[in-house]
Design a protein. Structure first.
Length: 254
């Protein structure tokens, strides 16, 4: 009888301790808008990316979300600018976030003209992320020229801004469609539902990881993409632009 009683008391104690542990963990993340960032596999430097698809954004609210950076869709192809880019670009800086601007690469467009379109519409300042190109869509008939066209795009961007652009892609797309290594460029990899992302051919490490497409962020109307940086905040700051660039190429004297 006494042994049984001790057993019941021990079971009760363990249950109470487990409940207290659960409540402490839940309380620790109750006020964190980035609950998806709680994984031990993810660093402490967080960000999100948005475009017009994410609806209205209250930047004063987002400012308090504990995110460190935001990446905004700026341009696509040779003639499209995200209608929310200009306002988000101004307001995100006002909110104190490190900001970045990406171009959505269109495989059948002229890559040099695509780069010029980005340059025409994006002014990067000291403290901004380097240029970013999103490469995630192409037809099979475009496979043969995709790697070479991307090379032309990134070289044109680098010539203007003086820094190699960050490349965003998915492991399956890159390994299937491009295959050519771009090892000197920082990789922003999109891979969901995994403890660690798969590296595409040609890269030995990732710099940014987009690990969720369904992030709930206070101040943003619709779900956002959550990202993490592979390093400390100090290391992220070391990656930022250090020299102001003009959005317009220099004009020749008349």
């Amino acid at each position: 009888m006494q042994v049984a009683l001790l057993g019941k008391q021990l079971l009760f104690s363990l249950t109470v301790i487990s409940l207290m542990f659960f409540l402490n963990i839940s309380a620790g993340y109750a006020d964190d808008d980035r609950s998806d960032h709680s994984s031990s596999k993810i660093s402490k430097v967080h960000g999100f990316d948005i475009s017009h698809f994410n609806g209205d954004v209250s930047w004063p609210t987002v400012k308090d979300s504990r995110n460190h950076f935001v990446v905004l869709k700026a341009t696509e192809g040779v003639d499209w600018v995200d209608p929310t880019f200009k306002s988000h670009w101004i307001e995100s800086k006002r909110a104190g976030l490190i900001r970045g601007a990406y171009h959505f690469f269109v495989a059948h467009d002229d890559p040099v003209e695509e780069a010029r379109w980005y340059i025409e519409n994006v002014t990067l300042e000291p403290g901004d992320l380097p240029p970013i190109v999103d490469v995630e869509r192409a037809d099979k008939k475009e496979m043969a020229t995709l790697a070479d066209n991307l090379s032309l795009f990134v070289s044109t961007i680098e010539e203007h801004f003086g820094v190699k652009p960050i490349i965003y892609t998915g492991p399956n797309f890159w390994s299937s469609f491009i295959k050519k290594p771009f090892p000197e460029h920082h990789l922003w990899i999109a891979d969901y539902g995994v403890d660690q992302p798969i590296l595409p051919k040609g890269w030995k490490r990732w710099t940014f990881w987009q690990y969720s497409q369904e992030g709930a962020l206070k101040g943003v109307e619709k779900p956002v993409d959550f990202n993490t940086f592979a390093g400390s905040l100090e290391e992220l700051k070391a990656l930022l632009m250090t020299e102001k660039q003009d959005s317009q190429p220099e004009k020749s004297p008349s």
